[in-house]
Design a protein around this ligand. Structure first.
Ligand SMILES: CC(=O)SCCNC(=O)CCNC(=O)[C@H](O)C(C)(C)COP(=O)(O)OP(=O)(O)OC[C@H]1O[C@@H](n2cnc3c(N)ncnc32)[C@H](O)[C@@H]1OP(=O)(O)O
Ligand SMILES: O=C([O-])CC(=O)C(=O)O
Length: 377
């Protein structure tokens, strides 16, 4: 009797592994919904805090719930001295994503409730991570600039407070709004690689911090969240809009990946890109320096050339990367900002995984050496 050869789907492409009620991409309309709400409408009308509440509780908060949520988040923001000392001891040569990964792991080690996987305990941990991670990212960017950390301001919203902790000031509302839109768009995207990583770790009944630490590691890769910073490195390498076609032809001939383009789920363009691109356009329009115009022209030229050469559209990392650069963040800070937002989606998925848990353990088709004796026996 011969055994049928199993169908292998490398990268689990096209494989449906579970159900989720948190978000979905609707292919027919090329749209994305969080708990049923179109993400474009959430980005236009709601704050990031409201979206975090939606992802964790399945509903947008009432005004009273939002006030309570904001009060709790603001109270949890300050980092303790031990965390700041630990961060200060990490080498400046390491990537900020390594710092963030270490910080999440350390926050877990410090938390006496780490092993309590009940919904209430995990909700509390999720809020702690949401509140503390911006302080880690901001303090790390500042230490690389030779500057001391700035404590959080409980009078400021989530996005404004992050600018305050990074730069000691809050930019005008148009810039803050653009940043907040990016946080809403980055918050959740179903079974992407980092979320799936978090679900795999959770499926072993490990703790929430371990799952988030692993997810940070998965997001760091340039085929996933690391692409937003890679976009800026690539634009720098190209240098000028007049070089785009020549550079792109050579890159494609060398089978290079063009960072910020392509997507596993979307074939006709990432549903989040138009709204992020509009926010980026508003940032560019208010700038008066020639450097911004030069970069925006180059960015647009590469987008047009890639679509016309290969029909491959930008993903969210393409406009978000340039937007973060124009807001003044250092390039290695871009993917940590993605973490500050995506921690909401990851932790929503951790809760969902635990509610209907099954150990995630697929099979592999063996193609190694046939059984053989160990030499010298
Ligand atoms: C928030 C996010 O994580 S969004 C993703 C961010 N990542 C990036 O921007 C990195 C660049 N993009 C990519 O590498 C890919 O598009 C991925 C990894 C995101 C998705 O890829 P997959 O779904 O696995 O598609 P796959 O890698 O099979 O690509 C299909 C074809 O399109 C090509 N392709 C896809 N994206 C790109 C790209 N960015 N540059 C050049 N070619 C590309 C591939 O070379 C492949 O061509 P081939 O069939 O001739 O070999
Ligand atoms: O869904 C994916 O594969 C990647 C992505 O866009 C995201 O995580 O936001």
């Amino acid at each position: 009797m011969t055994t049928a050869t199993p169908e292998i789907r490398r990268g689990l492409a096209g494989v449906v592994v579970d159900t989720t009620g948190i978000s979905t991409v609707i292919q027919e309309t090329n749209s994305l919904t969080y708990c049923g709400y179109p993400v474009q409408e959430l980005a236009a009308r709601r704050s990031f805090e409201e979206v975090a509440h939606l992802l964790w509780h399945g509903e947008l908060p009432t005004p009273a719930q939002l006030s309570e949520f904001q009060a709790r988040e603001r109270a949890l923001r300050p980092l303790d001295r031990t965390t700041l000392e630990l961060l200060a001891r990490l080498p400046e040569t390491c990537h900020p994503m390594d710092v963030l990964r270490t910080a999440v792991s350390f926050l877990g080690a410090e938390d006496p409730t780490e092993d309590d996987g009940s919904p209430a305990a995990n909700r509390a941990k999720s809020l702690t991570l949401l509140a503390r991670l911006p302080g880690v990212v901001a303090a790390d960017q500042r230490r690389r600039r030779g500057l001391a950390p700035i404590p959080p301001d409980p009078g400021l919203g989530y996005a404004e407070n992050f600018f305050h902790m990074c730069f000691g000031s809050v930019p005008d509302p148009e810039v803050v709004r653009c940043f907040e839109i990016s946080l809403v768009l980055y918050a959740e995207h179903s079974f992407n690689a980092s979320t799936f990583t978090a679900r795999v770790v959770t499926s072993t009944l490990s703790d929430l911090y371990s799952a988030v630490t692993a997810a940070v590691g998965a997001l760091k890769g340039p085929l996933h969240g690391g692409a937003n910073e890679a976009v800026l490195h690539m634009l720098r390498e190209i240098g000028d809009a007049r070089r785009v076609e020549e550079w792109l032809d050579a890159a494609l001939a060398n089978r290079r990946r063009i960072m910020g383009f392509g997507h596993r789920v979307y074939r006709d363009g990432d549903s989040r890109v138009p709204i992020m691109q509009e926010a980026l356009d508003r940032l560019v329009a208010r700038a008066t320096d020639p450097e911004t115009t030069r970069l925006a022209t180059l960015h647009a030229a590469l987008r047009h050339a890639m679509i016309s050469r290969r029909g491959i559209h930008p993903n969210l990392d393409y406009p978000a990367g340039l937007a973060y650069h124009l807001m003044g963040f250092d390039i290695p800070t871009f993917t940590p900002i993605f973490v500050m937002s995506r921690v909401t989606g990851w932790t929503a998925h951790i809760t969902e995984q635990l509610a209907h848990n099954a150990l995630i353990r697929p099979l592999a088709s063996y193609d190694g050496p046939r059984p053989r004796p160990v030499p010298g026996g």
